[in-house]
Design a protein around this ligand. Structure first.
Ligand code: SF4
Length: 350
């Protein structure tokens, strides 16, 4: 089977090119053609010799891995894209415009194994990891459709990116390589539910922003809504977060999906503030987006404001994140790629 060039990170492509008997710098030229100039035929890469182009044709291909099957636009300008993969599986990506930022929320897996009870993707269960090309193609397709306007990438779509660490890292290397797409690492955020062992590995291998989906001030509540907490309790998670190499002038982010009568009390806010005080971080409060068949409710606006006020009173940097794209099921936790959702949530099995 021919290798898909888009499945290599830049160093792996150099290795592949060397095996074909060519100088490694040719990999940069190929990467530039594909990712910076959108050329997907070896025959059009005119700065490569004819004989090398023929050799490439025989051993590799530049394949698009996604078929766009549906695009929906929210009244707030958020766009959701549904893609079909080669095996019939489906994934979703969401583009969120906000001022001068155009942030793409990409998927890293088909479904997810983490079982968070507030998330529709959890109900799909984990079907499989996405390949590097399937991750990168979400960006390439949507960026092209939107006139090259994507400024930021967040790994917050379907799946737990750290449960697909190899391809998450490969894709980040493609996004950040200056000969390829050339996005600044400061504009890329990986979000995790708290796979502590993988957070360490991520920080050792690559420098980007880390966002942790915390969602509870205590192990009792967190274990109820995020099964991963039974394996990695809050204290272990926060210890690892403190060791994560943060980019200059950047912060760790903690996401807190605030759910009515579950984690939204005054006491919860005080406990959360005590947990996070002293950590260089910002907190995003995300009012829960109601979606069938999940029975949780969105808290009243005033309760969210009170929660924010308490956190702020401890000197914490906290924002209420506007719910974007909820009318097209494009908001946080609502991505399920039209899968049937009547299954029971699966527990973490790692
Ligand atoms: S919230 Fe994220 S980690 Fe949790 S089940 Fe959903 S996609 Fe997976």
């Amino acid at each position: 089977m021919k290798a898909n060039i888009k499945d290599f990170d830049p160093a792996e492509l150099e290795g592949f090119i060397s095996e074909l008997g060519e100088k490694p710098f040719r990999a940069k030229q190929i990467g530039t053609w594909i990712f910076a100039k959108s050329v997907c035929k070896f025959s059009e890469m005119t700065d490569l010799s004819l004989s090398f182009r023929e050799k490439l044709e025989q051993s590799a291909e530049i394949k698009s891995t996604l078929t766009l099957t549906c695009e929906k636009e929210s009244i707030d300008g958020t766009k959701k894209y549904l893609f079909e993969l080669f095996d019939g599986n489906k994934i979703e990506s969401v583009l969120i415009p906000e001022g001068r930022r155009n942030t793409l929320c990409i998927s890293s897996q088909v479904g997810c194994a983490m079982g968070c009870t507030f998330c529709l993707t959890a109900r799909v269960g984990k079907i499989r990891n996405l390949s590097c090309s399937e991750i990168v193609d979400q960006y390439l397709t949507i960026n092209k459709l939107n006139g090259g306007s994507i400024t930021n990438i967040v790994y917050m779509g379907m799946g737990e990116p750290l449960d697909n660490l190899e391809n998450t890292i490969r894709s980040i290397r493609v996004f950040t390589n200056s000969n390829y797409i050339g996005l600044s690492p400061k504009r890329i955020t990986v979000s995790t539910s708290g796979l502590v062992n993988k957070i360490k590995e991520l920080g050792e291998k690559i420098n980007i922003n880390l966002s942790v989906s915390l969602n509870a001030p205590s192990d009792a509540i967190r274990s109820e809504i995020m099964p991963i907490n039974k394996r990695f309790p809050i204290s272990t998670l926060l210890e690892e977060c403190k060791r994560f190499p943060i980019l200059k002038r950047k912060y760790l982010t903690f996401e807190y999906v605030i759910i009515k009568d579950l984690n939204d009390s005054i006491r919860d806010a005080n406990e959360l503030a005590k947990l996070l005080k002293g950590i260089k971080c910002k907190i995003n409060l995300i009012p829960f987006n109601e979606a069938d068949p999940i029975s949780y409710k969105t808290p009243p606006v005033q309760r969210v404001l009170d929660f924010q006020k308490i956190l702020s009173s401890y000197g914490l940097n906290v924002k209420i994140r506007k719910s974007r794209g909820a009318d097209i099921l494009g908001a946080c936790g609502q991505l399920a790629a039209s899968y049937p959702l009547d299954k029971k949530i699966k527990e973490v099995v790692h």
